[in-house]
Design a protein around this ligand. Structure first.
Ligand code: GDP
Ligand code: MG
Length: 440
């Protein structure tokens, strides 16, 4: 189905498709931006190749240049590659839930352990036990104890002479006995990946079977991020990544590298030395930071929003005039996924608050929308303009054509009828008319 309405908008929207040379030109600059942001070279190559496939042939929005359009496509692909939405810590397991912190020395494991403890205590009301398994440096266990005190979280009493594995087991026993919700096990790091370190974390992992195994990585880590992440992932199958020092200058390209090679989501972002300086990792924000082209992305997004606005205003005008048929209804249903909701359109009509509420509560379930579009597309143009002519035999034909039932066709007609009635009432009130003059 492409009613006259959506045709108009398709024409309005299309400025031509992106050619291969448009895309190549833009991607050259983007490749440099990604490398500059410390995304590892093989990851850049892979990512750029994927984006190219997506971008060639894509439509360019009106008032946007091909290069700008590519930037927007890259930005969206980057958000997707970074996981799309924030990924929370997994707390869906029987208590005590073990978290294992791994990473190189100085990456921020101990600080992050205390930060996570504080976060779980204050936000999730969890009873958390911190335990340092770092027997490498004499001061390491004391460091965690001090941070725990600051966070007002309990840390496992230090018993000199125990091995990391013994400490881990004692922590779990204590947690079971004293009914803790979460146990955070902070391990020792090394300056670089070595066999002894990997054997140690492997043994601990096997002993406690952690629900989260979090790799802590400094955002300043450049090309090495891939090696580090791969090594730890092979040894202990990480479930998430924490990037520290995102309060610094680093653009955070390592996030993309590590996510691509491990498939594990980046869950948290360290934003400073203080214990409350821990944010949920936000793919959208980091994508902007990695690409460093926020202005262009914003511009394209505004252009897209304007086009939606034009379409919405035209629909609103038809609604106000009471000349709203099933074609319009179908094109509106398709629009709704982009607009947010019908109330987005109605939001443009001041003084119709009550009716807006009624329409919102008129059971406009999004899962039904696709079905409705299918039903309408099985109607003839005459039927769409004048649904009154729909009698039993026509309804049967439409149901068969759209893979639905006559009941569903009736439901759609009822809904459309309700909407038309509301619109007519809205017109009588005059509020919409008055408003439409403003829109015009
Ligand atoms: P570990 O060796 O992996 O346990 O690392 P630590 O937790 O001891 O951290 C090493 C240093 O990095 C400490 O001085 C921390 O205060 C600092 N640090 C940790 N996370 C962050 C962060 O997100 N931002 C900043 N600016 N510093 C951090
Ligand atoms: Mg440490």
């Amino acid at each position: 189905l492409s009613g006259k309405f959506s045709d108009i908008f398709d024409r309005l929207r299309r400025r031509g498709a992106l050619s291969e040379s448009d895309v190549n030109d833009a991607l050259r600059e983007i490749r440099l931006a990604l490398l500059d942001a410390d995304v590892a070279l093989p990851v850049v190559k892979d990512f750029v190749a994927k984006v190219k496939e997506q971008a060639v042939g894509a439509e360019v929005l009106r008032s946007v240049s091909p290069g700008q359009m590519v930037v927007k496509i890259v930005n969206d692909a980057l958000i997707e590659a970074l996981g799309g939405a924030p990924s929370p810590l997994n707390l869906f397991a029987p208590a005590p839930i073990p978290f294992l912190m791994v990473g190189l020395q100085g990456s921020g494991k101990t600080t992050t352990s205390a930060k996570i403890a504080l976060r779980l205590k204050t936000r999730e009301r969890k009873k958390v036990l911190l335990a340092s398994l770092d027997t490498q440096r004499p001061a390491a266990q004391l460091q965690l104890e001090q941070l725990a005190q600051k966070a007002e979280v309990v840390s496992l009493p230090i018993i000199p002479g125990q091995t990391p594995l013994q400490i881990a087991q004692r922590a779990m026993e204590t947690a079971r006995r004293e009914v803790y919700d979460v146990v955070i096990l902070d391990t020792a790091g090394r300056l670089s990946i070595d066999l002894a370190l990997m054997e140690e974390v492997k043994a601990i992992r096997a002993a406690v079977n952690p629900v989260e195994t979090l790799l802590v990585v400094d955002a300043m880590t450049g090309q090495d991020a891939v090696t580090t992440a791969t090594a730890f992932n092979e040894a202990v199958q990480i479930t998430g990544i924490v990037m520290t020092r995102l309060d610094g200058d680093a653009r955070g390209g390592a996030a993309l590298s590590m996510r691509s090679v491990t498939g594990a989501p980046v869950k948290l972002a360290g934003m400073g030395e203080k214990l409350d300086a821990l944010d949920e990792f936000n793919p959208e924000r980091i994508a902007g930071r990695i690409l460093g082209m926020g202005d262009i992305v914003g511009l394209v997004e505004r252009a897209a929003a304007n086009i939606d606005q034009v379409e919405a205003e035209k629909l609103a005008k038809k609604m106000a005039k009471g000349k709203f048929d099933l074609d319009d209804y179908a094109s509106q249903l398709k629009q709704i996924s982009k607009m947010g909701s019908l109330s987005g359109i109605l939001g443009m009509l001041p003084g119709v608050g009550k009716i807006k509420q009624q329409i919102e509560s008129a059971n406009l379930d999004t899962t039904v929308f696709k079905k409705h579009v299918a039903i309408i597309s099985s109607m003839t143009p005459a039927e769409r303009r004048a649904p009154d002519i729909l009698k039993a035999s026509r309804k049967k034909r439409i149901a068969a054509g759209s893979g639905t039932t006559v009941q569903e066709v009736n439901k759609l007609l009822k809904q459309f009828d309700d909407m038309s009635t509301m619109m007519k009432r809205m017109n009588k009130m005059g509020g919409a008319e008055a408003m439409m003059r403003q829109v015009q």
